[in-house]
Design a protein around this ligand. Structure first.
Ligand SMILES: *Cc1c(COP(=O)(O)O)cnc(C)c1O
Length: 316
């Protein structure tokens, strides 16, 4: 927790707290009291900027000169590119070919060098690791980085200050830094709070790793980029193994339904991963009925194609 409080102090001059909101229409649709943490309101449209800034602001001048390399399906890329611009650090981003164009454009707009390779997150990881080995830059993993987890945890400090009486908190998982951060903060500040992680059934590696208590690889075909990882990550899985209460899977269509509900009931844009926590509530209403449920709307960088698909779920 020392690290989390240090991160909060460091980030305070760079990021404003994001809103915590409730919506009667969302409560009606879910039969619960839903409290939304709006990380889709971050300057990069997703929570990951907290972790990237916390890491890059702490690099030594020598490390900054050598630059950073990151691999990502999008939001980690934007986060590192934003933090690199803030700290005047050279930055290479590796993404799978055919990325979400909203995210790729944002990375270019932030001045990073963008390299597209392979088809999945895991292909991008291999290429970025090789690049960083060649040019001596600092490889910034999307999950195996304690400073990312500490930075991301500041979101949960804000949430628990705004909503101290939650019964359960639902957090979307890709690499697991968000859920690990939620567990660490909940354990310190709200030990009775149940923390539930959610991943897509089309990309269940983190879920299956947690259940197996081992790092496993799985098919990785979710449309929700933020949830689409093919293996468990050691650092975050170790935290989740110790502190997480439950881990559920939702299908991608329920995620689209949740994104449509965010549009109509909360007037907010969630990308697939950003809608996954609400999807978990929609998928299992009995479990959450009548409880105070915190859901993390972790990102809003939906592509045009995604918004068109989600709009099919809007009420007529
Ligand atoms: C990365 C991401 C996630 C998953 O977070 P992890 O910390 O990798 O588990 C969820 N939602 C969005 C919008 C993301 O970008």
């Amino acid at each position: 927790m020392r690290d989390v409080l240090d991160a909060r102090r460091l980030l305070a001059t760079h990021l404003q707290p994001t809103p915590t909101r409730s919506y009667p229409a969302l409560d009606r649709a879910t039969g619960t009291h839903v409290v939304v943490k709006h990380e889709n309101h971050q300057p990069t449209g997703a929570f990951k900027v907290r972790g990237a800034l916390n890491l890059l602001l702490r690099l030594t001048p020598d490390e900054r000169t050598h630059g950073v390399t990151a691999f990502s399906t999008g939001n980690h890329a934007q986060a590192v590119a934003h933090a690199a611009r803030t700290t005047a650090t050279p930055c290479i981003i590796v993404m799978p070919t055919h990325p979400n164009p909203t995210k790729a454009d944002a990375v270019r707009d932030l001045g990073a060098r963008l390299v597209l390779t392979g088809t999945t997150f895991d292909d991008a990881r291999e290429h970025a690791t090789a690049l960083a080995g060649e040019d001596g830059s600092r490889l910034v993993s999307a999950a195996n980085e304690p400073l990312l987890v500490a930075g991301v945890a500041t979101a949960y400090l804000e949430l628990l200050a705004d909503a101290p009486d939650l019964d359960v908190l639902v957090v979307p998982v890709g690499g697991g830094s968000g859920a690990a951060a939620a567990c660490l903060v909940a354990q310190a500040l709200a030990p009775g709070l149940e923390v539930v992680a959610v991943q897509s059934a089309a990309s269940p590696a983190a879920h299956d790793s947690w259940r197996a208590r081992d790092l496993v690889a799985r098919p990785n075909t979710s449309r929700a980029e933020g949830l689409a990882t093919g293996t468990g990550f050691a650092l975050t899985q170790a935290v989740l193994r110790e502190h997480l209460d439950d881990f559920v899977l939702v299908d991608d269509d329920t995620i689209d339904r949740a994104a449509a509900l965010y549009l109509t009931a909360a007037r907010t844009v969630a990308e697939g991963a950003g809608a996954a926590a609400l999807a978990a509530v929609l998928a299992d209403p009995d479990r959450f009925a009548g409880r105070r449920v915190g859901v993390v709307c972790s990102g809003g960088n939906a592509s045009p194609a995604e918004l068109r698909r989600v709009s099919a779920h809007l009420p007529r």
